[in-house]
Design a protein around this ligand. Structure first.
Ligand code: ATP
Ligand code: MG
Length: 474
């Protein structure tokens, strides 16, 4: 190896901020170079740019890393000993079509660089090269990747007919919701967002704000349920100096801070009655009076409110003001609970798995059976519960595939029905449970069958016999 690369110590030891795409997703680079010195130098240079880097000198290990982790870019030396560079490139592309491969070629072998580009490499660098050259190349590829991902997301959004932030869902119920969000975004009226806990009310509120003309102005969420009752008034309307004990400075309220933007009143059903009338007055008059002040201050904000309570019922019970309810309910939308749009479970699961794979650098998938169980479950905590469940499964799982045995028993034990019309509870055959237990244990233990037999409390001969049976059945 004759790459004229500076010694690793010359590379800036302080890594810059991690390079990310789609907000917070890190960019992962795999360096596949035989020469240890060059490998380490490349690794350090990439890490200093903010890439999450892994390195190996072997093609075989590179394949297994690509198979088990999320890799965005490969820096590949075409002269790996014992392996044809172009074949290695071909195999990488076969394993992961989307990976960007930068090839490193020997001096004077431009022809192999051309061949590599034809075989799918995105760029090349010719040895000997300097660190600056490598740095520029890696920066270029990072910029290209960011664009590619943004472009793909745009295409996905256009294909699914929506572009409301990260809201996932393609069922007719969600399509209806997108249409209403689109309309609400371009109106200035208050919107009341209804839905059970975890259905995505705050996401929808943000989508309305950020899709509308005031997207550059503040979006201020206010959790009416968690504010201390005695402080809600000053939080919303502000106070003057000395208004109450401890008010050593004048403070602007959230309604004033959101000037020109949106105030999202979450859990509006929890607002005490006396404040409901003050809020109503503020909305009608479009002005507020800070606590302790005699002056009214004009405000210009859009109000979005959300609740998981039945507000009509609360009005009937006299705990929510009817006039405020009408004022907030000019436009209203209801987010369907997840059990009413089970077809979205697969898409949501894939989205969360993909997010987790990218963040952890390990690939995750879900088995068909596990997906069936997830789809059948009734999800009282809706999308938030599903998101947490996938997060937990990924964190606890040693293997790349989430099986039914990895799911919480509250989900697998549930007798939810796959389709609304089907009356039978889900019953699993004992033989299937046994198979799930054995196969799941082997996967969890990364293929260690002897340990699996030990932990399952069965003899190794029994375990091998069972595996043979499964093979002959499948
Ligand atoms: N359609 C969706 N697509 C993707 N993620 C979603 C969706 N709906 C909800 N989530 C996720 O679920 C979690 C809960 O969402 P959110 O806080 O908006 O729900 P909420 O209805 O306001 O819940 P709560 O009533 O408990 O406050 C968030 O992490 C959000 O990212
Ligand atoms: Mg909420």
């Amino acid at each position: 190896m004759n790459a004229a690369i500076a010694p690793p110590t010359l590379v800036s030891p302080t890594p810059s901020q991690p390079l990310t795409i789609e907000g917070a997703v890190p960019l992962n680079l795999l360096v596949v170079v035989d020469d240890r010195f060059v490998r380490e130098a490349c690794k350090e240079a990439a890490a200093a740019l903010g890439y999450c880097t892994t390195a190996t000198g072997s093609a075989e290990q590179a394949f297994s890393l690509i198979d088990s982790q999320t890799i965005d870019v490969v820096l590949l030396d075409l002269n790996l000993p014992g392996a044809g560079g172009l074949e290695v490139l071909g195999e990488i592309k076969r394993l992961q079509r989307d990976i960007e491969v930068i090839v490193m070629t020997g001096n004077g072998t431009v022809q192999s660089a051309v061949q590599a580009m034809k075989a799918g490499a995105c760029d090349f660098v010719t040895k000997p090269f300097g660190l600056n050259e490598l740095k520029l190349l890696l920066e270029r590829v990072a910029a290209h990747l960011k664009l590619k991902v943004a472009n793909r997301r745009l295409c996905d959004e256009m294909r699914s007919g929506q572009s409301f932030g990260n809201i996932v869902g393609r069922t007719p119920e969600m399509d209806r919701l997108y249409r209403i969000i689109g309309k609400a975004a371009h109106s200035a009226h208050p919107v009341l967002i209804l839905g059970e806990s975890g259905t995505g009310k705050e996401m929808v509120a943000r989508a309305i704000h950020y899709s509308g003309p005031c997207r550059d102005k503040p979006f201020v969420p206010v959790d009416c349920g968690s504010l201390v009752p005695t402080l809600i008034e000053s939080e919303l309307f502000g106070h003057v100096k000395g208004a109450f004990t401890g008010a050593s400075h004048a403070k602007d309220g959230l309604l004033a801070l959101a000037e020109g933007g949106t105030v999202f009143l979450d859990e509006i059903g929890e607002l005490p009655l006396d404040l409901q009338s003050k809020l109503l007055r503020a909305l009608q008059e479009k002005e507020i009076r800070p606590v302790g002040s005699t002056k009214q201050i004009p405000i210009n904000v859009r109000i979005l409110a959300a609740t998981n309570r039945d507000l009509e019922h609360a009005v009937g019970q006299g705990v929510f003001r009817r006039d405020l309810y009408f004022r907030l309910n000019v436009l209203s939308l209801r987010i369907p609970p997840l059990r009413e749009r089970r077809q979205d479970v697969r898409l949501l699961v894939n989205t969360f798995l993909e997010r987790h794979s990218r963040a952890s650098g390990r690939k995750f998938d879900v088995s068909d059976d596990a997906l069936k169980a997830l789809t059948a479950y009734h999800w009282p905590g809706n999308v938030r519960e599903l998101e947490n469940c996938i997060e937990r499964c990924c964190a606890m799982n040693s293997g790349p595939v989430i099986h039914t045995t990895d799911l919480p028993t509250s989900i697998t034990g549930a007798t939810a029905r796959v389709s609304e019309g089907s009356p039978e509870p889900r019953i699993t055959r004992i033989a299937d449970l046994e198979k799930q237990g054995i196969v799941g244990a082997i996967e969890k233990l990364s293929g260690d069958k002897l340990m699996a037999a030990k932990l399952l409390g069965i003899g190794k001969t029994t375990l091998y016999r069972k595996l043979k049976e499964y093979e002959s059945i499948s």
